[in-house]
Structure formats: C-alpha cells, structure tokens
Design a protein around this ligand. Structure first.
Ligand code: SF4
Length: 330
C-alpha cells in the first residue's frame, strides 16, 4: 500500500516538477543488478494493433484506425519459430486478436505445438465477433482466455474503454461461462485482468480478486479462475494522457521510489519472447510499444535458427519502473 499512497501523493498535484529518478538501466547498476534473459518459456504473439476499443490506458495506442495486423506469411513464420523453440506457453494478444482473420489458423497450428495456449481478449471484441466457430475452436483446443475487465463499475469502464463496453463484456463473460469457461472441472480456464482507471497503483491482487468474485457472481452469476491486477504502463496513449495532465514525471518518480529489487528475478522479459505483427522480436510487449527491439538488436522471427537467448541482454527503458514497483508487474 505504501507505493499506492506515494503515487497518489505525487500525482495529486497536476504540475510536473521534473524527473528526479535515474534512468532504469542506471538504477540497475546502482543496485548492482544484472538483468539477463533466462530460459524462454513463453512465446507471445501480437496479432496487430487493430482493436475495436480506444482505451485510455493502452500502451500500444491500439484502435479501430490502426492498420497494422500480422499477415498469413508472418503467421506461418511464427508457427515455424514455435516448432523450433517449443515454448511451453503460447500467448496470443493484440490489439484485438479476434479482428485478425488468420486467428483460427494460428490457433489450430499452435494447439499441437505447445502445452498452454492463451488468447487475450478485451471481451467486447469477442462479443462483437459473434463467431460461434471461433468459440468452438477455443473450446476444442482448451485455449485459456485471459480477459481484461478493469472495473466492476459500468460508468468507470465505459469512461476508460468506450461507451457500451461494460455491457458487452458482461454478455461475453456469460456466454463463455455457459460454454464451461471458468467452471470447476471443465478444464477451460478463464482469467481476468484489471488495471486502475488512472495514475495510481492497483489494489492488492488478493483483495481485488475477492471483490470481483463476489460482485460478478452476485450480480450476474459470472465465475472465473484467477484475477490479475496490473499497473498502467507509462507508454502509448497512457503516456500521452499523463503528459497532458502534467503527471508523467510524478508517476515515474513514484514508481522509482517503489523500486523493489526482489521483483527482478520474476520479470516477464526474462522468460518471454514477444513477436510483433511484422515479425520482429522484442523482450516484452511493452518494449514492442516503446519500439525497443530484443536486446537492442533488430531481429526478425524468420532469421532465428536456434534458440540461444539465455544470458543475453534485455533492452530496458524507464517504463520498466512500472514492472518493478511494489510487488511487481509479472
Ligand atoms: S517493461 Fe522492462 S522490466 Fe518490464 S518486462 Fe519489459 S523489459 Fe522487462
């Protein structure tokens, strides 16, 4: 809770007083920490920046006007990559992956070459897709659905994500619950992700999960497996919003003050490879948004012959402070 109080105190004043934090890489040096890649366990595939929503916190600035989506040729290169690397988890994200017409091909192919296949959905895109064949495919391959649901409040959600999003999200959750998702013994996992409405830290995960479980069940009969809470990443649309409000430096200063060295070992960039819609590799999805290529070297997925990423450097920026504040991001 300390870091949350700190951020609220720092950002209460809308005028930035300028940065006092050292750059993230300098801070690692000061702390005597070396951040290197470990074994690559997760292959995250960003199917594009096209999205049906224009969320205020989106670190990728995704939206309906974005045209960047992964084409079939790149999807085939990604499938070949996973066949070589054999990651335990394949995590499909966007934008809204449902808006990429090649999503079913990717699911069919990846289902046979990974232990856990995950699809990230903003829920309203799943509802808008109105595609029973896609839903059947998710069930057939036991695809884990990870859904973003920032708040249990209609007006708060719609203010952050767009008018009508909350209603559609609830309808989509009911629909996938009816198919068995989130229900004990079904083997169909439904996880939720919640993030704060503004420049503050999320509530502790266990507390938020308890509240979401009760309210969703009591009001709509909705069940789910786990809830994850994440801080907003100071990139993309959220970065622009922070700067417009004069809160960017204050937010970063607070994240820096909350730096927790114990989070470094578990950072997602140590065990994940992120593949952008154009096939280029990143250490994580946030670096993709910041256009910081994997290890600061631009590499295309088609160039990789074998996986020898262990002990390689990880590209970092000041947005990394959001991953290491308090109990961490990942
Ligand atoms: S934002 Fe930085 S610390 Fe966080 S996962 Fe990416 S590279 Fe690692």
């Amino acid at each position: 809770m300390e870091i949350q109080k700190e951020i609220q105190k720092e950002t209460k004043n809308s005028q930035d007083t300028g940065p006092v934090f050292p750059d993230f890489d300098q801070n690692l040096k000061i702390q005597g920490i070396s951040l290197k890649r470990g074994k690559t366990l997760t292959c995250q595939i960003n199917l594009g920046l096209l999205c049906n929503q224009v969320c205020k916190h989106c670190h990728l600035s995704a939206g309906p006007d974005r045209r960047e989506i992964m084409d079939l040729n790149t999807i085939n290169q990604v499938i070949q990559f996973q066949k070589k690397i054999g990651c335990e988890v394949v995590d499909i994200t966007g934008g809204a992956p449902e808006m990429n017409p090649h999503l079913p091909v990717l699911i069919e192919e990846m289902a046979g070459v990974t232990n856990i296949l995950m699809l990230r959905s903003n829920l309203s895109a799943l509802y808008d897709a109105n595609d029973p064949a896609l839903l059947d495919l998710l069930v057939k391959h036991r695809v884990t659905i990870v859904s973003s649901l920032p708040s249990l409040n209609l007006s708060q959600t719609d203010a952050q994500r767009g008018e009508g999003v909350f209603d559609k999200s609830i309808k989509a959750l009911k629909q996938i619950n009816d198919m068995g998702y989130g229900k004990k013994g079904s083997g169909l996992v439904l996880d939720l992700v919640s993030n704060p409405a503004g420049a503050f830290m999320p509530a502790p995960q266990a507390t938020a999960e308890k509240r979401f479980r009760k309210v969703l069940k009591d009001k709509w009969g909705i069940v789910f497996n786990q809830l994850f809470t994440f801080a907003n990443m100071p990139l993309g649309r959220f970065e622009r919003w922070l700067k417009k409000k004069g809160n960017y430096d204050a937010y970063l200063n607070s994240l820096w003050k909350g730096f927790n060295p114990c989070t470094v070992d578990g950072l997602m960039c140590r065990h994940l490879i992120s593949i952008a819609w154009d096939g280029y590799l990143y250490d994580c999805d946030f670096n993709l948004a910041a256009r910081l290529p994997k290890g600061n070297l631009k590499t295309h997925v088609s160039e990789i012959e074998k996986i020898d990423f262990e002990n390689q450097n990880i590209a970092v920026g000041n947005h990394c402070y959001a991953c290491t504040a308090g109990s961490g991001f990942t």
